[in-house]
Design a protein around this ligand. Structure first.
Ligand code: ZN
Ligand code: ZN
Length: 349
C-alpha cells in the first residue's frame, strides 16, 4: 500500500512510498483510509521541527486527522465492515498517570503518552490502517465527505467543555463569544457556539476569500478589524483563541466581559516578543474574576461530542471548510499552506 511517511527531525523528508500492508492485531479493526486532513502539526513535522518514529524504525507514517471505512472487524468489536470511522490520536502513557488511568489521556501529566502520526505511533496517512476498537469512533453515514473534520472538531468540543466547566464554578449565562482565527479550529468553534444558541463573532485577518462568507452563512458575524477594537465592541463573555498570535492572545486576556472565560487553543511560535502591560491584564483578571484556560487534544468523550456536532451541522456548510482536496501523490502541495486555505485534505484511495 501507499503511505505518506516522514523521517522525523529531518526537513523535507516527507515522501509517499510503498510500505507493507498493516496486520490487525487481536481485536483490532482493519480500515481503508479514505481521507487525511493536513494541519500545521503535519507541516511542522514535515519541516523537521519535531515528531518521533515508532521504536525500532526511523520513519513515521504521517497523519492524525483520519477518516476511513472498516474493511474487517472482529464480531464482538461493535464495528462492522462498511462502517465509517475515525481513529483517536492519543494513547495513554504506559504507566499510566492518574489522568490517563481515568480515560483523561488528553490531560496526561507526565508527557509519556503516544500519538498516531506524531509521537511513536504510525499515523493514518496510508491506504490501510489498523485501530483498536476502543480508539475508533463510528460516524454518521452522511459524513463520508466531511468526517475528516472529526479530529479538529474533537479539539473544539474539548475547548467548549473546558469553557463550560470553568464558567460553571459560579452563575454562568454567556451570550456572546468571540472566536479569534477563522481556520478549521476557529470555524468549528464558531459552529459549536451557534449550536449552543450564542451570539458568535469571528475575527480573522482575511478580508476576502472563503472565510467571511462561510462565517456569515453560519449566522455569525465576521470581523477583520484590530483585536482590541473588536473586543471592545463585542464585549465577549467567552473568547476562544485559535491563532496563537501574541497580540491577539493579549487582547483576549484584557478584552473580555466580567467573569470572562478565555480558552487558548493556538500554539504560538516562541521568541516573538511583544511589549505588554501585565499590570493591566492582572488588574482586569482579578477585578472581573476572569479565567484563562489552555486546551489541547481530546479524549473519547470529546470525540463523541464532536461526532454529534458534525452530524447536526449543515452538510453543505461543513463541505465548504474543505477548500482543497488533492490525491495522495500531491502531498507536497497539501503541505504547502496557502492564504485562502481552510482545511486541505488528501484522498488516500
Ligand atoms: Zn491536526
Ligand atoms: Zn498520562
Amino acid at each position: 500500500m501507499r503511505a505518506l511517511t516522514v523521517e522525523p527531525l529531518k526537513a523535507n523528508s516527507a515522501d509517499v512510498r510503498d510500505v507493507p500492508d498493516p496486520e490487525p492485531g487481536p481485536g483490532e479493526l482493519l480500515v481503508e483510509g479514505l481521507s487525511l486532513g493536513v494541519c500545521g502539526t503535519d507541516r511542522e513535522i514535515a519541516e523537521g521541527e519535531y515528531g518521533w518514529p515508532p521504536d525500532g524504525g526511523d520513519r513515521l507514517v504521517l497523519g492524525h486527522e483520519s477518516l476511513g471505512r472498516v474493511r474487517s472487524a472482529p464480531a464482538d468489536s461493535g464495528f462492522a465492515a462498511g462502517d465509517l470511522v475515525v481513529g483517536v490520536v492519543r494513547r495513554p502513557d504506559p504507566e499510566p498517570c492518574g489522568a490517563c488511568a481515568r480515560g483523561e489521556f488528553d490531560m496526561c501529566r507526565n508527557g509519556r503518552y503516544t500519538e498516531r502520526g506524531i509521537k511513536q505511533l504510525d499515523g493514518y496517512g496510508s491506504q490501510l490502517w489498523t485501530v483498536e476498537p476502543d480508539y475508533a469512533v463510528k460516524l454518521d453515514a452522511g459524513l463520508s465527505e466531511t468526517g475528516v473534520l472529526m479530529e479538529p472538531a474533537s479539539v473544539v468540543a474539548k475547548a467548549w467543555e473546558q469553557v463550560e466547566k470553568v464558567g460553571g464554578r459560579s452563575w454562568f449565562a454567556p451570550e456572546r463569544v468571540l472566536v479569534t482565527g477563522a481556520g478549521p479550529i476557529g470555524l468549528l468553534a464558531a459552529l459549536l457556539g451557534v449550536q449552543r444558541g450564542l451570539d458568535v463573532h469571528v475575527l480573522d485577518v482575511a478580508t476576502d476569500g472563503p472565510k467571511p462568507p462561510v462565517v456569515r452563512d453560519l449566522g455569525a458575524q465576521y470581523h477583520s478589524a484590530e483585536m482590541n477594537e473588536v473586543a471592545a465592541r463585542v464585549k465577549p463573555d467567552i473568547v476562544i483563541e485559535a491563532t496563537g498570535v501574541p497580540s491577539v492572545v493579549f487582547g483576549a486576556l484584557t478584552g473580555n466581559a466580567a467573569y470572562g472565560v478565555v480558552c487558548l487553543t493556538g500554539v504560538s511560535p516562541v521568541g516573538h516578543k511583544i511589549s505588554v502591560d501585565v499590570g493591566t491584564a492582572n488588574r482586569e483578571m482579578v477585578l472581573e474574576n476572569d479565567v484563562v484556560v489552555g486546551s489541547v487534544n481530546a479524549n473519547l468523550a470529546h470525540y463523541a461530542a464532536a461526532a454529534e456536532a458534525l452530524a447536526a451541522a449543515d452538510a453543505g456548510w461543513l463541505a465548504r471548510l474543505i477548500t482543497r482536496r488533492l490525491p495522495l501523490a500531491d502531498f507536497a502541495q497539501a503541505l504547502d499552506a496557502r492564504p485562502d486555505d481552510i482545511k486541505v485534505v488528501l484522498d488516500l484511495q
